[in-house]
Design a binder for this molecule. Structure first.
Ligand code: GSH
Length: 307
């Protein structure tokens, strides 16, 4: 029997919301493990080898870190209906805009506003994972300028909808909608009044946002984190070794490497290469708790060093 899809996520996580909407478009059944939004994450780290961000997807003994590679793997395993009906490349590239500059405009607007209500432990956690720190005071000062930026990002979406189309690439939702929806969803949940005022000039964005929300999340059922660990322990990872003649640094299966994100949450994960290609690197690691595990990362946005 094929292994179930397990998403390690938490309800308010915007990057998890992307993946949940992909499940929605595809009508997939999946298991939802609720994970903490800050360290410690004792039932996540044995799976990832140190990657601490959210979400993480597990299929048996294969672990997928970062929404980019998670969505790519879901599309590979469950191609119909596709979230990329108009070409398979650029909607992923769009994620680099939504996940980085658009997201980095949203964060100070949100935490500049609600920073005083956020627990100290959360601030310390984010401080430790962010190269530029996490000062709610600094974010408060930056917020006015970030609102200007945020408005411009929202206007990119508004302009695309100007001709009256229902979704960004036409009459059906695609990954482009899911990418662009994320920051609006994040802002609307955290600071609804500010978001409403920023979107007032873009009624078509409001209407589109409502349509994307109706996609839903497919069919989730909860799973306990210990059950997910037991599944990983029992399962043999499925990824197969393959060489990559175009690997720019000549890395090959069996090489020991470290992989880490190049933005924030840069903890390095060590393992042996199973395969690489332009989009993905899969590394094998042995964990005392769950045995052999293959951890998959995107290439774009990640650094691979000899390890
Ligand atoms: N590039 C990552 C970013 C993920 C991310 O930043 N997630 C936030 C929560 S939505 C996070 O990890 N926060 C810290 C945590 O959950 O421990 C992705 O696309 O999955």
């Amino acid at each position: 029997m094929a292994h179930e899809i397990i998403l390690h996520n938490f309800a308010t996580s915007p990057f998890s919301e992307k993946v949940r909407l992909v499940f929605g478009i595809k009508g997939l059944a999946w298991r939802s493990v609720e994970i903490p939004s800050m360290l410690p994450k004792p039932d996540v780290i044995p799976l990832t080898g140190g990657y601490r961000k959210t979400p993480v997807m597990q299929i048996g003994g294969d672990i997928f870190c970062d929404s980019q590679i998670i969505i790519r793997e879901i599309e590979r395993r469950f191609p119909t209906p596709s979230v990329l009906p108009h070409g398979r490349g650029l909607p992923y590239g769009l994620g680099f805009w939504t996940d980085r500059p658009f997201f980095m405009a949203s964060v100070p607007i949100i935490f500049g506003e609600i920073g005083h209500m956020v627990p100290e432990a959360f601030k310390k956690d984010r401080e430790a994972m962010s190269p530029n720190g996490f000062s709610t005071e600094a974010m408060k000062s930056a917020a006015p300028f970030m609102r200007d930026q945020w408005r411009a990002h929202a206007a990119f979406v508004a302009d695309q909808l100007e001709d009256g189309r229902a979704f960004l690439q036409g009459e059906k939702p695609t990954l482009a909608d899911i990418q662009c929806h994320m920051n609006l969803w994040f802002m609307k949940n955290a600071v609804p009044q500010i978001t409403e005022s920023l979107l007032k000039e873009f009624p078509k964005v409001e209407a589109w946002f409502g349509r994307v929300n109706t996609i839903g999340h497919g069919k989730p059922t909860p799973m306990d984190s210990k059950e997910a660990l037991a599944i990983a322990k029992k399962a043999a990872p499925e990824a197969k070794s393959a060489s990559d003649p175009f690997e720019p640094n000549g890395r090959k299966p069996g090489d020991k490497v470290k992989v880490f994100a190049d933005d924030y949450g840069r903890d390095a994960i060590a393992g042996e290469i199973v395969f690489t290609n332009a989009h993905e690197i899969a590394i094998l690691r042995h964990d005392p708790q769950v045995g052999d595990i293959i951890v998959h990362f995107p290439r774009a946005g990640f650094v691979v060093t000899p390890g």
